[in-house]
Unconditional design. Structure first.
Length: 321
């Protein structure tokens, strides 16, 4: 009975996502709906394939973060093995609601690697915290980019970079002074015994961190954001549109944050609506914006298929303790 209830919930989320996607197509195609499908086939598919390669490189960069976090908590995993875990994690995130890829990584760490529950949860938490630091730093700057476009005033990109550095420095200082965060969490969750234990495990795990570790993790995450932007930029080129690369670099994290909300499965519909709106704000014609977001969805679906095949064939993860 519980399984049936969950299945209905998943179906509802898929339906909502598809309705949002269909609504986005009608909203942005307007009178050019008959031109949409033919225009998609006119795209440069060599560049579309290159965009797919960039997306796989993006996932590989994410796997390097996962690998390094595992190393910091006392476990060594090969690059290929960690990449396969992230591929499978991406498949789970795109096909189930609530970004359950993190839960899958937790399952791998507990079942395949034999890492204790609290240590696994601590490692996943550290991985997410580092990602959030970069994402929110870029997103905070992205809000300024969107406002400057929306109200039609020009701001030098140096200011964008400066704001990003200031926001990132704020999060880095908090991370270096982790005792402040740990003590806050302990007070906040003083009545939650399990969360207290998790916070204690995070404290123990981050004792092995030094500033260089944090810098390396941050740089890899920034590199992954750069690659994700390059993927979208390449999709723009495939339909003959030169997108503003650095503006997208700061704005895309806003869409990632929206996708974390469990409103649809894999962010379908939400991604297309928000990304199309931002591209139009940047001066892209609605039809071309729609072409780009649909090609972006096609690339992600192809990556999901690769992740699904990988999930079916993955049996173990090579590990050194």
């Amino acid at each position: 009975m519980k399984l049936l209830v969950k299945l209905k919930k998943y179906i509802h989320l898929y339906v909502i996502g598809l309705l949002l996607l269909i609504g986005t197509i009608f909203l942005f195609s307007k009178q050019d709906l008959d031109k949409l499908i033919p225009s998609l086939f006119e795209a440069n598919f060599l560049l579309v394939f290159l965009a797919f390669v960039f997306f796989m490189v993006y996932l590989f960069a994410k796997s390097l973060i996962f690998k390094r976090v595992l190393k910091l908590v006392g476990f060594k995993v090969g690059k290929i093995s960690s990449f396969r875990v992230i591929l499978s994690s991406f498949f789970v995130s795109e096909t189930l609601p609530s970004q359950m890829g993190s839960l899958y990584r937790f399952y791998v760490m507990k079942s395949f690697l034999g890492i204790k529950v609290l240590r696994s949860a601590a490692a996943i938490s550290i991985d997410l915290i580092v990602g959030l630091m970069i994402t929110f730093s870029l997103a905070a700057t992205g809000i300024l980019v969107v406002l400057s476009r929306g109200f039609n005033f020009q701001i030098n990109y140096v200011l964008f970079v400066f704001m990003f550095v200031v926001m990132l420095a704020f999060f880095v200082l908090l991370s270096i002074n982790r005792k402040v965060i740990i003590n806050f969490l302990k007070v906040r969750f003083k009545n939650w015994v399990r969360l207290q234990k998790l916070v204690g495990e995070i404290d123990l795990s981050t004792n092995k961190f030094n500033r260089l570790d944090l810098v390396i993790l941050g740089l890899i995450d920034i590199l992954s954001a750069f690659i994700a932007t390059l993927m979208l930029f390449t999709l723009g080129l495939s339909v003959g549109e030169l997108l503003p690369f650095f503006s997208l670099l700061f704005v895309l994290p806003l869409i990632y944050i929206l996708n974390w909300l469990p409103l649809t499965v894999g962010g379908i519909g939400i991604t297309e609506l928000s990304l199309s709106s931002i591209l139009v704000l940047f001066g892209v014609s609605p039809l071309v914006a729609l072409q780009i977001v649909l090609l972006n969805r096609a690339v992600r679906i192809l990556a999901v298929l690769v992740g699904g095949v990988n999930l079916l064939t993955i049996k173990s993860v090579k590990i050194k303790v």
